[in-house]
Design a protein around this ligand. Structure first.
Ligand SMILES: *Cc1c(COP(=O)(O)O)cnc(C)c1O
Length: 854
């Protein structure tokens, strides 16, 4: 209990019944005033302009003569924020009043991007506000461009969490997200001499209008100390005492639904020192040291770890995880106390609360809830565990071995002495059941154990998450099948298959079509005669009927072209390179990772380049001009990934200035890929590459974004590519490469047999080694991954079919009419990949929650 006693949390109780009771005590004039002063639901231009000017004068303390684009952005954002807060309040009130089961989505990353445009569109204020700022002398476009991304995530996993929040709000589920308010988001990438350079992303440099600081919501989180075992009669209880305390302060980020009044919340925790500090040191004259110790607390949430699909075992990361999970559970516990007041049985807890674990990062929440129930609520162990397992569900995001989270037992014992005891006890009881299930099978036991019996021992977080959850899901059909057959095979044998499900990822069509591609959105709405497709994406299917309409196709092509012009303008602005918008735009943007095989792409580019160079002028006329666009960040410590970036830029600098190939090939590496950049790139692609080694990309979500925007895919039989293929049909996608079930044998062959390399690939490697793209020795470690490294990602096995597929792309692109048809059919058949569909599936089969509309 000790760490609870210090908490400064005051529960303000936003229950409407409390409020009505409270208000009835007041004089009627006061009540009337209160109601009059609440912000009106401004939809008209004039109300907005008044609000804008008021915020310039008061919030920004500026005069009318001193408003630049940035101030205009701030004033507009604050005018929107006023409306968001009102909706937020109403939503929380109604959700409290209705008291339906709630979902808490725990994610260490939320890759939200910008908020203003999204809020304007979701609230239906864009036109009125656009007119309003125009009359005041500003362009909405310029104002929107002022906002910095909220980049509190690495890539797909963080962006998924953001899309899911949009759907949870739009579908009116009573849901909250919990995350960490990093002072520094994902680093900013600059390209210097072809290499990636990292710069800190101090995104809070200016006031952030999209968060509401809750200085009154402060939770003490404890680390270290020791555990006292207290015997009372024939019961034993544990008391966690001593150690250091860090405070978690809440910042709320409102997430408005589209076309509804619901506005849900992401609560992000920021660490801060306790106000009280070591008086002993203070009195001894070591004031500065005492302050310094306190300062360390702030460091806890300073920085997002920049690794995607890769575990880095830093102690600070484990501290971040517990800090966030402990604060979030305590916060939910406020709800639980409400729950306790209502005298319901604890066993009903899982009927009130569902907690979804986005990957293993929040797995300690399982242990923390067990600790609260057993140590603080004094429930029996088994009764508590029943409640815990019925509350949690776990989403697995990868099968890559290097991404599997495990923490050394000694580190965890130091930081969380009571939790490690609980983990060992849980494991003991779990393994007792396993032993009964498979008597004497020591290997089976060792494979399932939460503890890896090495020196030192490790806690396997995925195992803990499975044991502590009632449902485990993968994120695409193939991935969910693979986890059942590989990494979690033994668990399937033990629990039976029903605990394991598939929930294919989705993306929000609001941001990824309506916001990112306004012209296409308009064309679709006009053609379908409604905007309902934005809330029911399966309605896009009807676009199929227009595929033979010549005028419709012409407009479809024109929209794509104008998006390509927009991207070409962006490339000119940031890189000072001109690209031809009539060329085929061939895009691969995503985190740079060996399994995603950007290396294979650039090797293919070299092949293509050499091919063009060898052509006669007549033959050259048959080549489709192509702009190959790359983008993505490499983890700062990922040497090979960073070399891939260097190779791409080295190839670009040779190709882009080679006048012999005319305008037939350009290679572009767009720096600092993030959500806002994606919103410009995605609508402009003709073809995008999703070419991971089969079985390695759990789902992918950018594949969905591109196809929804009428871009075709060149992809492997992996992740959600497979389901996209199922939906859009053979004619509208270019698939190639070996299958997941072949990967093991192929790797075995590379390891133990002499495999002859694909001759085209061999020629490309020789070319790099001859110094065609700068000093060959720079790239030796990269080339070694194919040779000495035994080509783990099977580039040599897929290279031939990759080049063949690229040829098919080129041929197909020459037929503008057929290409336009393919493009339309792509968009028309993407209904399944809305995050709305995914969230409904989670709600129905895992959470058991129902919508509560404001
Ligand atoms: C969607 C998205 C991703 C995920 O891309 P994948 O190709 O699915 O890995 C990564 N980063 C950003 C900025 C995104 O918007």
């Amino acid at each position: 209990m000790e760490n609870r006693r210090h908490h400064k949390r005051t529960f303000t109780g936003y229950g409407p019944n409390d409020m009505k009771k409270e208000l009835s005590k007041w004089r009627p004039e006061v009540v009337e005033l209160w109601e009059k002063c609440s912000v009106p639901e401004a939809i008209d231009k004039e109300t907005f302009q008044k609000s804008f000017i008021r915020h310039v004068n008061t919030t920004l303390a500026r005069s009318i003569y001193n408003v630049d684009n940035f101030s205009a952005y701030q004033a507009t954002a604050h005018a929107v924020r006023d409306r968001l807060i009102q909706r937020w309040n109403e939503t929380q009130q109604i959700h409290t009043e209705r008291d339906q089961k709630r979902v808490y989505y725990l994610s260490l990353e939320f890759l939200l991007g910008r908020s203003l445009d999204n809020a304007l569109l979701n609230l239906g204020l864009k036109d009125a506000f656009g007119e309003g700022v125009k009359e005041l002398g500003f362009k909405m476009e310029d104002i929107l461009g002022q906002e910095v991304d909220a980049a509190l995530g690495n890539g797909g996993l963080g962006r998924l969490a953001a899309c899911y929040m949009d759907s949870l709000a739009t579908l009116c589920y009573p849901a909250w997200g919990y995350g960490v308010r990093y002072t520094y988001g994902i680093f900013q990438q600059k390209i210097v001499d072809g290499y990636q350079d990292e710069f800190p992303d101090y995104w809070l440099n200016f006031d952030n209008p999209w968060e509401l600081p809750r200085v009154d919501i402060v939770v003490d989180v404890k680390f270290g100390g020791h555990v006292n075992k207290i015997t009372e009669g024939d019961t034993v209880r544990h008391e966690w005492v001593g150690g250091e305390t860090v405070q978690a302060v809440a910042y709320d980020v409102p997430i408005p639904g589209y076309g509804v009044k619901n506005c849900i919340n992401i609560r992000l925790w920021s660490s801060k020192p306790r106000r009280k500090f070591d008086l002993g040191k203070f009195n001894a004259g070591e004031y500065d040291q005492a302050v310094q110790e306190q300062m360390k607390a702030e460091f806890l949430t300073a920085v997002l770890y920049p690794n995607d699909n890769h575990m880095v075992g830093k102690e600070l990361r484990l501290k971040q995880q517990y800090f966030w999970v402990a604060a979030s559970l305590y916060d939910m516990w406020v709800e639980v106390r409400r729950f306790k007041k209502s005298q319901r049985d604890w066993n009903e807890f899982p009927d009130q609360v569902a907690i979804q674990l986005n990957d293993t990062h929040p797995t300690l929440a399982i242990v923390e809830l067990q600790r609260i129930l057993v140590d603080e609520e004094r429930l029996g162990w088994d009764e508590a565990w029943e409640i815990v397992t019925n509350t949690f569900a776990f989403t697995n995001h990868t099968v890559l071995p290097e991404a599997m989270e495990k923490w050394p037992v000694p580190t965890m014992s130091q930081l969380l002495p009571r939790h490690i005891q609980i983990i060992f006890d849980l494991n003991l009881f779990f393994l007792q059941k396993v032993e009964k299930f498979a008597p004497g099978d020591r290997d089976f036991l060792a494979r399932l154990s939460i503890i890896e019996e090495s020196t030192p021992q490790y806690v396997r977080m995925a195992h803990l998450a499975i044991v502590g959850s009632h449902r485990v899901n993968g994120v695409a059909k193939l991935h969910s099948k693979l986890i059942k057959e590989t990494i979690f095979k033994d668990f399937v044998r033990f629990y039976g298959p029903d605990k394991f499900e598939n929930k294919t990822n989705g993306i929000t069509p609001r941001r990824w079509l309506h916001q990112a591609n306004p012209k296409l959105s308009e064309l679709i709405s006009e053609t379908l005669g409604h905007k309902d497709w934005l809330k029911d994406l399966s309605l896009l299917k009807k676009l199929e009927e227009s595929v033979n309409d010549k005028e419709f196709r012409r407009r479809w092509i024109a929209v794509k072209h104008s998006n390509k012009v927009r991207l070409a303008d962006y490339i000119r602005d940031v890189m000072d390179i001109d690209v031809n918008p009539n060329a085929l735009f061939d895009v691969q943007v995503k985190r740079i990772h060996e399994y995603k095989r950007q290396f294979m792409n650039i090797l293919g580019v070299i092949h293509h380049y050499n091919n063009i160079k060898s052509m006669s002028p007549e033959k050259m006329r048959n080549v489709v001009p192509r702009v190959v666009i790359f983008g993505g960040k490499a983890a700062p410590g990922y040497y090979i990934a960073k070399l891939v970036i260097k190779l791409i830029n080295s190839v670009a600098s040779v190709v882009n200035k080679d006048t012999n190939i005319q305008d037939l090939l350009k290679v572009i590496f767009i720096p600092d890929y993030n959500v806002s950049v994606a919103e410009i790139i995605v609508p402009a692609s003709d073809i995008s590459q999703h070419i991971s080694t089969a079985g390695t990309e759990a789902s992918g979500t950018s594949n969905m974004k591109f196809v929804l925007n009428g871009g075709l895919i060149l992809g492997t039989v992996d992740g959600a590519n497979i389901e996209i293929h199922e939906e859009i049909g053979d004619d509208n996608i270019f698939m190639f490469g070996h299958l997941a079930e072949q990967v093991e044998d192929l790797r075995y062959a590379h390891r133990y047999r002499d495999v002859t390399m694909d001759p085209h690939l061999n020629a490309v490697i020789k070319d790099i080694e001859s110094g065609s793209f700068g000093e060959a020795r720079i790239f030796a470690p990269l080339i070694n991954t194919l040779t000495f490294g035994k080509d783990y990602y099977l580039i040599s096995d897929d290279f031939g079919s990759y080049l063949d597929a690229q040829k098919l792309v080129e041929e197909a692109y020459k037929n503008e009419k057929d290409w336009a048809k393919k493009s339309i059919l792509c968009t028309a058949n993407m209904g399944k990949f809305s995050s709305d569909r995914a969230i409904k599936e989670y709600a129905e089969s895992i959470w058991g929650t129902v919508p509560v509309e404001v």
